[in-house]
Write a protein that binds this ligand. Structure first.
Ligand SMILES: *Cc1c(COP(=O)(O)O)cnc(C)c1O
Length: 394
């Protein structure tokens, strides 16, 4: 089947809600994707951040196969061995005491946090979110997403949501009212442009929430599971939230999401108040368990910290060489390169050179490699990207 044939099927039968690049892929292995002709592309943005172990990790694939032969799904009114085990693992790595609700995606994790806050405030509270944030596309999560472009034409949205400037504690204080019962924030804004919080912001936010009795939610759907060189990005800042939303990397590409709840809030949602048919299925949970196991066994967190700082030193040199680069930011394997120009030219040039990267907010190149990308492949890919800069801006 030619790419054009594949693309035509989409044209005729798939709802056109996505902008897509005109490339089709049929196979992946680690940080390489293969076209139909077997052409290899280096993928520095596997699965939009979900491919934390790259494509088709052999151990993950093996675990999926064996689980599929054993038990794929049983409903949540029954028990199975893997859900509790994964919950235990997540709690051990995060709050040490607390509980987990499982769902299938990021937006659903955010929705679960919204429902918990509603139950906690008996429906009377309002929520503060951040400008430029991204929390997902379901109506609740969309209401929290502080970007007009995603909300256009899709109202009415939830009432009682305010937006403060990210990393601006004074603006947060201004926007808080006596009705504010929850604050949701990405530890590092991903889709909004790889925006880093100032060192004090999260700590001050935590203190404010403690004083005012506000539930603090960290959306770590993009930053969680080792992306920044710690299990969760908040661990770089020494500040814990009350609720933690996870998804993308958690299943290594298999759909899974969850809300992690601190001990204090574990009894707010009572039996019957929330559910998900597929949430925490045996197949999804063994993926999560295998991801944790592989990251630990391959010591990927320290690897991401080590290679991450090498990447950032390299990019700092680029910033001095290429005038088009305005700013470089991020941590670990969450990397943003802010340009003074729109990024699509570089994206297209990279595709021509069989390199896949991402661009968000039109001007911010985003790179989120698999945590286990081979070192030589990583720097070869960055070499290709440097060639792209030379070609387009040299
Ligand atoms: C991707 C993302 C979401 C939404 O996740 P979906 O699985 O697409 O619903 C929410 N928040 C953040 C920070 C994300 O990066």
């Amino acid at each position: 089947m030619k790419d054009s044939k594949i693309i035509n099927l989409y044209k005729n039968f798939v709802l056109p809600v996505y902008k897509r690049s005109p490339y089709a892929f049929v196979k992946g292995r680690g940080s390489i994707l293969y076209s139909q002709e077997g052409q290899p592309y280096i993928d520095l943005f596997p699965g939009w951040g979900t491919g934390i172990l790259g494509h088709a990790h052999p151990l993950l694939a093996k675990r999926i196969c064996s689980q599929a032969r054993t038990l794929i799904h049983i409903p949540n009114n029954l028990y199975h061995p893997w859900q509790g085990e994964l919950a235990k693992k997540i709690i051990e790595k995060s709050f040490r005491r607390g509980k987990v609700f499982f769902c299938n995606s990021g937006a659903e994790a955010v929705e679960a946090s919204l429902k918990l806050i509603r139950a906690y405030s008996q429906g009377k509270g309002s929520i503060l979110s951040m400008k430029n944030s991204f929390h997902g596309r379901t109506v609740g999560a969309l209401s929290l997403t502080g970007q007009k472009k995603y909300q256009q034409g899709l109202g009415p949205l939830l009432r009682g949501v305010q937006y403060a400037r990210f990393s601006d504690i004074e603006d947060v204080k201004k926007k808080i009212t006596p009705r504010t019962k929850g604050i949701i924030v990405e530890v590092i804004q991903g889709e909004g442009g790889v925006n880093m919080p100032s060192p004090d912001f999260l700590r001050e936010l935590r203190a404010l929430c403690n004083t005012k009795g506000i539930v603090l939610v960290f959306d770590e759907i993009q930053t969680g599971i080792g992306r920044t060189g710690r299990w969760f990005a908040y661990q770089n800042y020494g500040v814990e939230p009350d609720l933690l939303c996870l998804s993308k990397g958690l299943g290594g590409g298999f759909p899974i999401g969850c809300l992690v709840v601190k001990d204090r809030f574990k009894d707010i949602l009572k039996p019957g108040m929330h559910a998900s048919t597929f949430g925490g299925s045996p197949l999804a949970c063994v993926c999560g368990l295998e991801v944790f196991k592989i990251i630990e066994r391959e010591k990927l967190l320290s690897r991401v910290r080590r290679l991450g700082s090498r990447i950032f030193s390299l990019l700092e040199m680029w910033r001095k060489t290429f005038r088009v680069i305005k700013n470089v930011r991020g941590v670990g394997f969450m990397i943003g390169i802010e340009l003074k120009d729109e990024g699509y030219k570089l994206i297209e040039e990279a595709f021509r050179r069989k390199l896949i990267i991402n661009c968000t907010q039109a001007r911010i190149l985003r790179i989120m490699p698999a945590l286990n990308i081979p070192e030589n492949l990583l720097f070869r890919a960055l070499g290709i990207l440097e060639e792209c800069f030379k070609k387009v801006y040299g």
